[in-house]
Design a protein around this ligand. Structure first.
Ligand code: HEC
Length: 145
């Protein structure tokens, strides 16, 4: 008699546990779909990022040839060695030949023209022409004796 009294409660308890458990399982399974990983974390790797026209990882100016420079010129030393130097195209070729003769830099092949063009465009000597005329100068006249 006592048993029969408690049976429905037990069944209810089991049913309740099953329903709650299934609801919980469904919630947990659905959860990742509701919050997908933002695409930018997947697609943009920090090493490729360009901000204000400069490649963040190397500080090289973003332009045609930059990727070749990154590929050929940043394996042995920092890109800083490039960005802190200024040469015209002959100068850059001289640096490249020096590295090829003494530092085991490989033959750049067809990429050399693009690399030298990029370097001499963005890392060229600053204009060092005539000085700016002096402002507000009072000239005096030379007197003949
Ligand atoms: C195989 C290794 C290697 C590669 C690849 C390489 N370099 Fe170098 N580079 C060196 C070494 C070694 C030095 C000397 C570093 C030092 O003085 O501390 C150097 C020095 C330099 C310097 C400084 C020269 C000076 O007169 O002070 C510049 C500029 C430079 N490299 C540019 C480049 C560029 C541009 C490229 C790509 C075309 C490149 N490097 C690729 C090894 C390399």
């Amino acid at each position: 008699m006592v048993r029969e009294k408690f049976m429905p409660r037990k069944i209810l308890l089991i049913l309740f546990t099953l329903v709650v458990g299934m609801a919980l399982a469904l919630f947990l399974l659905r959860h990742p779909e509701e919050e997908p990983v933002p695409e930018k974390f997947v697609e943009v790797s920090g090493a490729q990022e360009i901000v204000d026209g400069k490649h963040v990882a190397t500080a090289l100016v973003a332009d045609e040839g930059m990727n070749l420079v990154i590929a050929h010129c940043t394996g042995c030393h920092s890109a800083k060695l490039i960005t802190q130097n200024r040469f015209n195209s002959e100068g850059w070729i001289r640096v490249i030949r020096w590295m090829q003769e003494t530092q085991n830099l490989w033959d750049l092949g067809e990429s050399e023209n693009t690399i030298v063009a990029y370097l001499s465009k963005h890392y060229a000597p600053a204009f060092a022409g005539r000085r700016i005329p002096l402002p507000d100068t009072e000239w005096y006249e030379l007197k003949e004796e």
